[in-house]
Design a protein around this ligand. Structure first.
Ligand code: CA
Length: 228
């Protein structure tokens, strides 16, 4: 039985989410404030926390940052307002596993939760696959269309990171934090990342008609298939 915590101050939204989730057999708790949510996450075990960003007092982002800085690896899905793209980016930077934009369909939320529960945070994976790309994480070899790609260690790590986050936005600060263990948002780091990314894209995409690595202006990168 999966345990889900909803941290949301709007009682109507919290209760309707609870109903939907309980209807699917999840065990649901509600915290109405950031403080209460933070306390529960630190004293009980949840499979997923649905965390609203806009909370009175301690915001969802502050809670998320505090959790991750204490190495709490609970799966977190954040809820953001429609036009708050910044919140989504900072949420992912702070270690959110996914986000939903309000208002959303219950079916979409349930689908995301199923994916998160299946994927987990730190499930050991030995092989990554996307389109005609495949990475063997044990021997650290990458292939596209059956042809080996000649990657440096860093390029391999970067490509693996893109594959792990396929279909989702990746910001430069996520890459800096997760691949360079660099937490400050210094401009020189962005340049280093861009140089590595440019080299990687040449090796992965140059000889193939379909490009898989895309730049998203003002955000970062995404690994996705080209829409035909
Ligand atoms: Ca709220």
């Amino acid at each position: 039985m999966h345990q889900i915590l909803i941290v949301e101050d709007e009682i109507k939204i919290a209760h309707s989410l609870q109903q939907v989730l309980e209807g699917e057999g999840y065990v649901v708790r509600i915290a109405m404030t950031g403080e209460e949510g933070f306390f529960l996450i630190n004293t009980e075990i949840f499979d997923i926390v649905i965390l609203d960003i806009m909370l009175p007092g301690r915001s969802g982002l502050e809670i998320l940052e505090a959790l991750r800085s204490h190495d709490n690896q609970t799966l977190v899905l954040i809820l953001t307002a429609r036009d708050a793209l910044e919140d989504r980016i900072s949420g992912l930077d702070s270690g959110a596993d996914d986000y939903m934009v309000k208002p959303f369909a219950a079916s979409e939320l349930l689908a995301r939760i199923r994916v998160l529960l299946r994927r987990g945070r730190s499930e050991p994976v030995f092989q990554l696959q996307f389109a005609d790309l495949s990475l063997d994480l044990v021997v650290r070899e990458a292939q596209r269309g059956g042809q080996p790609l000649d990657l440096t260690a860093k390029e391999f790590d970067l490509l693996a990171y893109l594959l792990r986050h396929q279909g989702r936005f990746i910001t430069r600060s996520m890459i800096a934090r997760d691949l360079w263990q660099e937490t400050t948002r210094a401009t020189p780091m962005d340049n280093v990342i861009d140089v590595h990314m440019a080299r990687l894209r040449r090796k992965v995409d140059k000889d193939f008609p379909e490009k898989l690595i895309h730049t998203i202006r003002g955000i970062g990168f995404i690994m996705k298939r080209e829409e035909s």
